[in-house]
Design a protein around this ligand. Sequence first.
Ligand SMILES: [Zn+2]
Length: 418
Amino acid sequence: MTHNVTATSAAEAEKAITATRTDGHTERVRVFDTTLRDGEQAPGINLDAATKVAIAAHLERLAVDVIEAGFPASSPGDFKAVSRVAEAARGATVAALARILPEDIDRAAQALRPALKPRLHTFIATSPIHLKNKLFMTEREVIEAIAAGVSRARSHVADVEFSAEDATRTDPAFLKEAYETAIRNGARTCNVADTVGYCLPEQFGELVAWLIHEVPGGQEVVWSVHCHNDLGLATANALAGIRAGARQAEVTVNGIGERAGNCSLEELVLALRTHAGSIGLDTGVDTTHIGQASELTATSTGYPVPANKAIVGRNAFAHESGIHQHGVLLARETYEHIDAATLGLRGGQLVLGKHSGRHGFTAALAQLGVELSDAELRAAYAEFKAVADQRSPLTSDELRELAGKYRAGRETAAHALR
Ligand SMILES: [Zn+2]
């Protein structure tokens, strides 16, 4: 990939960010959630209309700016689901996806009819690989399709987003022409899709900065980023695009989506919020609903959240090793820089296993409401270490049972004295 990207445009974008930072002003990044569209496209996920409405209600509680509800032309079921979400959502803009084909665009517009704030999101691939292998179209034909498609979308709704699919493997001069055509025909949001998760953060940031600077009309629209996780860089790439000037990020709850998934909503939101003071950018997301949204998405899609997933994984706020448990018991920020309570999650969770020490063991028993004398505690701890060395971690019930044996011993002794 060779982007004809000037160092000046990237430097200018960086300078703009520094300017926002020094005057203490925080600029807003719009969150476009595509859990119900790209997320649903992950193999094996099938969400019916009622489930989409339930997830959309959680997304509204999170206060995302846009909910992409589906791809109406893909099936009658999805048409109905998009319609139902459009009817139910009252705060967020509801988007529907359409290939840049008249019938797809009309179908999406029809599904969006009940929406208070409809957005038609139309796309076409621009890379030579996609033109040759999938679209069987020339570059001229693609430009004509963009002009016709975007203006048709605008004849239905005012809010039109255009995406160049596989933008990151597209010749920059042609990509520039594609976006210019979309803007001239009425697109208000231009989305740069790293469809196959190919870019490195510096490359992606430079491309976005270059497009904003070079595309005629590029300063008048909102630029958006859509990053996939094939190299594990989706969040890093989305952040690089935002720092280069994009003001919308397309994300999914738990990072689900095609193949390795999309940029995860919770990761992007927390990265921006954690560093809002230094980078001067933030989203409007109410993080207190993140825990619930993650759980509902996992159960509805059948895609469990990996234990070590950032922010919402079971272990994101759990500690097993003695040194970490001791630190967290003294002050939670020793090993947790995010306050789990602000996400609707529980922080400082102690997992009792072979790496745990006396401080963690004592605190875990206290949390279970088990009181032991010093001598009993010593004996129980010795047994715990022996058991945990063979089989860990121990569940709360196992811990209670283990400690109970020593406590029971004391009670038996007390009975005997009576
Ligand atoms: Zn995607």
